[in-house]
Design a protein around this ligand. Structure first.
Ligand code: ATP
Length: 140
């Protein structure tokens, strides 16, 4: 079934998530504060927009309240990531997944209600390790 996702922040992680969801046939709204990032994703998203994820009015204007799933993929700017996540939960988004940079960032995201907190490098490292020791590796 086709689902609707919004991705805020189009660094390597955000672009990868957006592109995969789009190629899987889902509706994807891709958002970044940087116009050149938005231009790059145009062909790999259903809709794309230049907007500040910490600006409640801008988020509402994008119709973000209609999305069941929003992924906050803002990286280095921890303050922006936290504020954006908080606004999305206040707006009433059911499922907000956010990327954390470190343990303290994770703790704050957890407190303000992020539904899932992702540590891409850590999570991927675990998956690779599991693959390495899985039976399948013997087949290669
Ligand atoms: P990655 O490792 O996924 O490449 P990163 O951790 O290096 O990402 P950044 O490049 O710092 O993360 O941020 C990801 C994206 O978030 C950038 O494209 C940046 O322009 C965008 N971004 C930063 N602040 C905001 C904001 N307030 N609203 C929307 N997008 C933002």
């Amino acid at each position: 079934m086709k689902k609707q996702f919004a991705i805020i922040g189009l660094g390597r992680f955000g672009v990868s998530v957006s592109t995969e969801l789009f190629q899987l046939g889902h509706e994807v709204l891709a958002v970044d504060i940087n116009p050149s990032k938005v231009k790059e994703i145009t062909n790999f998203s259903t809709h794309s927009a230049v907007a500040d994820g910490t600006d409640e009015k801008a988020l509402r204007k994008l119709g973000i309240a209609n999305f069941d799933h929003v992924i906050v993929a803002i990286g280095d700017n921890i303050q922006a990531s936290i504020l954006c996540t908080l606004l999305l939960k206040e707006i009433g988004i059911k499922s907000v997944w956010a990327k954390a940079q470190n343990y303290y960032h994770h703790k704050v995201l957890d407190k303000i209600g992020a539904d899932k907190i992702i540590h891409p490098e850590h999570d991927m490292g675990q998956r690779i390790a599991q693959h390495l020791v899985s039976d399948k590796v013997i087949d290669y």
